[in-house]
Every structure is written in structure tokens, then in C-alpha cells.
Design a protein around this ligand. Structure first.
Ligand SMILES: C[S@@+](CC[C@H](N)C(=O)[O-])C[C@H]1O[C@@H](n2cnc3c(N)ncnc32)[C@H](O)[C@@H]1O
Length: 234
């Protein structure tokens, strides 16, 4: 034991070492993790937009209109070109091993609601929210739909027990505002790093923290072609 001798005896030194907190625990996969054989989204223009929203808060009416137009155009073919076996696997793994179920889930940036049916099996209420009216018009599930911008959601503070973001931009302040105090952010990239709109689990946490939304921790892993993390307030 470290310490020093005084006239009246040995005085142990007060321990100064601290145990580093591990905000994101990376779990080993329980489902086979594979690599997408489609294009890599690393150099896709949406990747730069994703990062600038998450870390610089760059979002204005012009960008909102531009993004809305891009996804309006993609909407008619979205389900046919994106839906497929195994695409929901990372989400289901996140809900399972992240311990997320019950209450109200908001599928933020829901697109045509490809995972909405799965969410309905895990939550009491599911609401799809998307900027693109055309995506919502082509929705395949029967959840309530809200056409809104995730940068300024028409939702009460703390309303969501889970905010599900699958291949969606992260607006950290608004996400934190709408999430219940014990709620969970479920972040999923269906093709992991190959997804154009992608952040790693550590980057999601960094974005939330640097935006001043408090401290977060959680778990992350991979399943199939995708990756996920579930974060809650510490
Ligand atoms: C890559 S798609 C993913 C759709 C769906 N989550 C999926 O995985 O199939 C991104 C979706 O986010 C929506 N989106 C983009 N920016 C948004 C914003 N600021 N507010 C709400 N939705 C937004 C788009 O319209 C689009 O439907």
C-alpha cells in the first residue's frame, strides 16, 4: 500500500485513480454480422450532411426543402428497392438487447414505415414522423403519421419512450427534448458504415453530449449488415 511515514505512524496515501466510465459498451454480435454487397455510402453527399447536422447543427429552410424534395422523389420506389429479408434484424436486435419495449415509440424519419409493423409488436403506440409527405403517402403500415421536420417537432416534451432513428439524421437537441427522462434513443444503420446516413455509436453519443443534452450511456452492436446502439440518459 502506498503511503508515507509520519512521527505518529504510517499514513496511507488517498487513492487518486478513478475508474474511467465507459459510455458505450460494444456487445459481441449474437447474429451473424455481414458486409453489404451494395455501394458504400462513405462518400455519399448525405454522409457530409449527416455529420454537419449532428456536429454543427447546420439545418435551415433551404436544406430542409432540398432534403424533402430528394426523398419525395425517392418515395414511390422506396419500399420496393429497400425492403428485404434481414433489413429489420439490427433494429430487432437493438430492441431485444437494448431492453426497449412498451409505451410510445416515435419512428423518426420513418420513410414508408418499413419497420413500423415490427415496432407495433414492441410498443403500445407507434407514430411515424417524416419530412417527406410522399414517403408518408406511400407508407405501408397503419400507424399514425405526422409530416414534420425533426429539427422542430410538433411533439410535447418528454412524450417518447423510444425514439427510433433508422438511417436518419440526428438532431440532438430536439431528440433529447422529445424523449422521456427514462426513454431510449434507438439508432440503427441498416448497412452499418456503408449506409449513407451513418454515425457510429460513439459519434451519436458525442453529438448528444456536445449539444449540451447531458450525459448518456448505452450499448451497441452489429447484426446482419447493420449496426445499432441504444442510449439512455445517465
Ligand atoms: C434514408 S431514409 C430512411 C427511411 C426509413 N427510416 C428506412 O430506414 O427505411 C431517411 C428518411 O428521413 C426523412 N428525413 C430527412 N430529414 C428529415 C427531417 N429533418 N425530419 C423528418 N424526416 C426527415 C426522409 O424524408 C426519409 O424518409
Amino acid at each position: 500500500m502506498p503511503g508515507v511515514w509520519h512521527d505518529d505512524g504510517f499514513a496511507p496515501t488517498r487513492a487518486t485513480a478513478t475508474v474511467a466510465a465507459v459510455p458505450v459498451v460494444h456487445l459481441d454480435p449474437v447474429h451473424l454480422a455481414t458486409t453489404s454487397d451494395r455501394y458504400s455510402g462513405a462518400g455519399h453527399p448525405m454522409r457530409a450532411v449527416t455529420r454537419s447536422i449532428a456536429f454543427e447543427g447546420t439545418w435551415d429552410d433551404d436544406r430542409s426543402t432540398l432534403v424533402q424534395g430528394i426523398f419525395d422523389d425517392l418515395a414511390p420506389d422506396w419500399t420496393a428497392t429497400r425492403d428485404g429479408p434481414g433489413r429489420a434484424l439490427p433494429l430487432l436486435d437493438a430492441l431485444d438487447r437494448g431492453g426497449v419495449a412498451g409505451g410510445t415509440a416515435i419512428d423518426l424519419g420513418s420513410g414508408t414505415g418499413l419497420v413500423s409493423g415490427h415496432l407495433q409488436e414492441h410498443f403500445d403506440r407507434v407514430v411515424e414522423v417524416d419530412l417527406s409527405f410522399e414517403m408518408l403517402r406511400h407508407a405501408i403500415a397503419d400507424s399514425p403519421r405526422v409530416n414534420a421536420d425533426a429539427a422542430r417537432l410538433p411533439l410535447p416534451t418528454g412524450v417518447a419512450d423510444a425514439l427510433v432513428l433508422m438511417n436518419m439524421f440526428l438532431f440532438p437537441v430536439e431528440v433529447a427534448r422529445c424523449l422521456a427522462p427514462s426513454g431510449a434513443i434507438v439508432w440503427v444503420n441498416s448497412r452499418a458504415e456503408d449506409t449513407p446516413i451513418h454515425l457510429s455509436a460513439d459519434e451519436v453519443l458525442e453529438s448528444l453530449t456536445t449539444a449540451g443534452t447531458g450525459d448518456w450511456s448505452g450499448v451497441a452492436s452489429r447484426a446482419g449488415e447493420g449496426s445499432w446502439c441504444v442510449l439512455r440518459r445517465c
